[in-house]
Design a protein around this ligand. Structure first.
Ligand SMILES: NC(=O)c1ccc[n+]([C@@H]2O[C@H](COP(=O)([O-])OP(=O)(O)OC[C@H]3O[C@@H](n4cnc5c(N)ncnc54)[C@H](OP(=O)(O)O)[C@@H]3O)[C@@H](O)[C@H]2O)c1
Length: 313
């Protein structure tokens, strides 16, 4: 019988790619969701859906019995009224760690965030989002569950939020860049992110020291300044038939911050804007080691994202 893995947040951007990748590997992924629309997305990706009301639901506990591993993606990047980091990122992860231990569905694989290790050292990684990701990691470490923790930079590929927003801006003829655009990111292809999560689930890397854990930065092969990323993205979007005659409008960081606090800067709440401006990069070698091959080049990751979107007539 095919190995079963449980995936929380399975109808999200990464989750959908992960479900499809698991099916391609001959696994039986069960996508944990909380709505009929979520279940439909998992089924469309080829997986089986399990709808639960909460991440501590008995149905999830039962489904994890006999599963090979759990990949926990269900977290949030900003708070909204009634939806807190504490409830989703921290308590949710605590529940999943407990379920993984009790059911033996390990390793537990979670997606944290690149930059959490610099909390308190850099202003843009010192916010409640990064704190909650740090707390989620600590829930996993304290529980003692064998785990692989990935810390992603931006994950790029068909359906990602950054590419969708940039394509929209390019079509409008104006791309706004807060500040000088020299802050860096290190985008990783969603195909590599999905494959890494599966590799970690099926063949976990050695834990470190006396822990039961391994932490791996999930960053692509090329650190790049955001301003330069916009240009690279536009070149590829144009090559794939998207409108990309545009001007860059620089706006002061303080003005972007003001708009983020006032309700959203181009859709980004303050913690989300911090993720863009945080200037976090990493050594990508451990990720390539895990995959046993070079990482997908940045241009390939962008091309996959822009090729997915229907071209305007
Ligand atoms: N994408 C990136 O560039 C990036 C970068 C750094 C870290 N990460 C981390 O990687 C993981 C996956 O990211 P993503 O881009 O795939 O996120 P996403 O598209 O926003 O998906 C989030 C998923 O979590 C689920 N979820 C949210 N709140 C929940 C709750 N209270 N209970 C159960 N499920 C809940 C969502 O379900 P609903 O649809 O029902 O809301 C959705 O399936 C997240 O932990 C994220 O923080 C992503």
């Amino acid at each position: 019988m095919a190995d079963r893995i449980l995936v929380t947040g399975a109808n999200g951007f990464v989750g959908r790619h992960l479900i499809a990748a698991a099916v391609r590997r001959g696994l039986q992924p069960i996508g944990v969701v909380r709505s009929p629309a979520g279940a439909a997305a998992v089924k469309a990706a080829g997986g089986r859906a399990l709808a639960v009301a909460r991440l501590s639901s008995p149905e999830l506990r039962a489904a994890s019995q006999g599963a090979r591993a759990i990949v926990h993606l269900a977290m949030i990047g900003s708070e909204r009224p009634g939806v807190t980091y504490s409830a989703v990122n921290v308590e949710g992860t605590r529940s999943i760690a407990r379920i993984a231990i009790e059911s033996g569905a390990t390793p537990l694989v979670i997606f944290s965030g690149l930059g959490v290790a610099r909390y308190g050292q850099a202003p843009r990684t010192t916010n409640r989002y990064f704190l909650s990701k740090l707390e989620a990691e600590i829930e996993v470490y304290r529980s003692g569950v064998p785990a692989v923790v990935f810390r992603p930079s931006y994950i790029v590929g068909p359906g990602d939020g950054l590419s969708t927003a940039l394509l929209r801006d390019l079509a409008s003829g104006v791309v706004e860049v807060p500040g000088d655009g020299r802050y860096r990111l290190q985008p990783v292809a969603v195909a590599d992110a999905a494959e890494a999560a599966l590799s970690a689930a099926l063949d976990p890397p050695q834990p470190v020291g006396r822990s039961a854990h391994r932490v791996i930065d999930l960053a692509g092969p090329e650190p790049i300044a955001y301003g330069r990323f916009v240009e690279r993205f536009a070149d590829l979007a144009r090559a794939y038939g998207h409108p990309a005659d545009f001007v860059v409008r620089h706006i002061p960081v303080a003005e972007a911050d003001r708009q983020a606090v006032a309700g959203g800067y181009r859709g980004m709440l303050p913690d989300e804007l911090d993720c863009l401006l945080c200037d976090e990069v990493a050594d990508a070698a451990p990720l390539a080691d895990l995959l046993g091959r070079p990482l997908r080049p940045l241009d390939d990751a962008i091309a996959a994202a822009v090729d997915d979107v229907p071209h305007p007539q």
